[in-house]
Design a protein around this ligand. Structure first.
Ligand code: SF4
Ligand code: SF4
Length: 58
């Protein structure tokens, strides 16, 4: 699963725009991933400019 280091996120929206299954929810100061829809494709991890997202096992 993809984990979010929420304290780092600046809510730039880059990850949201690349997610192929549209499972990242971003509101003003809130970011969430729908883990049921996420395919662990890692695209969001690669594009985040400040490495806020990381893959974690389980
Ligand atoms: S790993 Fe892929 S499917 Fe999951 S949230 Fe990131 S971009 Fe979306
Ligand atoms: S790309 Fe990174 S900093 Fe931007 S909204 Fe996504 S997790 Fe936050």
């Amino acid at each position: 699963m993809i984990k979010i280091k929420e304290a780092l996120c600046d809510f730039c929206g880059t990850c949201v725009s690349v997610c192929p299954v549209d499972c990242i929810e971003l509101q003003e100061a809130l970011i969430k991933i729908d883990q049921n829809s996420c395919t662990d494709c890692m695209l969001c991890v690669y594009v985040c400019p400040i490495e806020t997202l990381e893959y974690s096992h389980g």
